[in-house]
Design a protein around this ligand. Sequence first.
Ligand code: FAD
Ligand code: SF4
Length: 470
Amino acid sequence: ERLSNNFQFVEVDRKDPAKKSMHARTAEYVEIYEPYQKEEVQHQAHRCLECGNPYCEWKCPVHNFIPNWLKLVSEGNLFEAAELSHQTNTLPEVCGRVCPQDRLCEGACTLNDGFGAVTIGSTEKYITDTALAMGWRPDMSKRVWTDKKVAVIGAGPAGLGCADVLVRAGVKPVVFDSYPEIGGLLTFGIPEFKLEKTVLSRRREVFEEMGIEFRLNTEVGKDVSMQSLMDEYDAVFMGMGTYKYMKGGFPGEDLDGVYDALPFLVSSVNRNLGFEKDPADYISVKGKKVVVLGGGDTAMDCNRTSIRQAASNVICAYRRDEENMPGSRREVANAKEEGVEFLFNRQPIAIVGNGKVEGIKMVTTQLGEPDENGRRRPEPIAGSEEIVDADVVLVAFGFQPNPPEWLKDFDVTTNDWDGVVAEEEQTYKFQTANPKIFAGGDMVRGSDLVVTAIWEGRQAAEGILDYLDV
Ligand code: FAD
Ligand code: SF4
């Protein structure tokens, strides 16, 4: 039944989905939010003002038709909402879960003006989760197959975005990934408490039904050669991510008990999913004093995984203040609720210990002039050194692109920080210096977001379709 009140936002407060009990949150690897109920989501969606020129759409990197699908869901037209939502987004149920909405769509909502933004992310998640569970599948009835096929390297959000647009246009995508499941960092990086892995296995089945072929456990450059892809396919898309860990460059980083963030997170996911090859790969922080260095999404995931592994205490040290943290505010708040202690304005200068970690020497910082990116630079305060006790240090300073050596044989160029050069503003979007090879996602822009990788993969597919003239 259509809800008729145009001033719903005054009477109905913003209400996020309920969170699970603290026991479930700190002891189990499950998503922490309960799903919305039908009535609840209809009321929340109906709070949308249907702004004529919606800022939320402009701020959403894939430019979702947000007010339109909010209206459809508020009217109970779930399948139409799902179809519309898939016109712009390859993984709406994933973005609904992991996008930093406070910086994107919801941050731009007019109702932020004192009323609380519409719960756009949770509604986007609800639409696809519920529609898929009820048997809805993307409408492929108008698709006409061409005789073209494209190799996609990487089944992360960029590769999946590209394959989705190609298959809908009748171009056969064959997606290669070295991992045993699709998703890239969505599966082997982001922990289950933000994104349960059945979301990706269900997605793989949907993609396969749409005509996307996956060759998993297959590394390009080792199990199949790039040359064979160049010979057999009409074009190649690369969405291979960024996997070089940034270092702090201070003494003690090679002591026992210091780990890079990603191996720690992946070892936990591998154990939980049954993909662990050797039990010695598992990094346990049970009963240990953990210090996480960094303030982004990866740092928050390390903090919260350590809590679930029953670390004795978890401290997160970040060199700027809370206001200037790069990660999603929602995840910082969740980490605090779960018991993570934050030390803001602290910069590590050495990890100390005799063979193994015993503590971290830190200085207190104050924020100085803005740097070239407009972010205020942290400056150490003289005489403020202190040592924080630690048994384990998890380093989450970010990632840099590490394109494979073999790219050089195919004339693909990289910039001075090793990002593959492929730009949106050119005749064929996201084409590299080799006309047959396109690229997008983290390997082009540096580590960023799921939704920006999806956008670039989708745009590159448009470039490929133009290049193939189909
Ligand atoms: P990836 O997701 O890295 O996928 C690349 C894929 O390519 C991988 O599956 C890899 O196996 C495959 N591959 C590479 N080389 C080869 C080869 N030679 N042959 C075959 N396959 C190959 N973003 C958010 O928006 N929200 C979050 O909450 C968030 N949390 C994050 C938490 C962590 C711990 C990390 C590390 C990142 C997080 N991000 C988050 C960032 C986000 O995950 C990435 O920006 C996004 O996954 C990049 O997508 P991609 O497709 O470019 O690369
Ligand atoms: Fe918001 Fe991300 Fe969905 Fe866009 S894709 S509407 S930014 S949650």
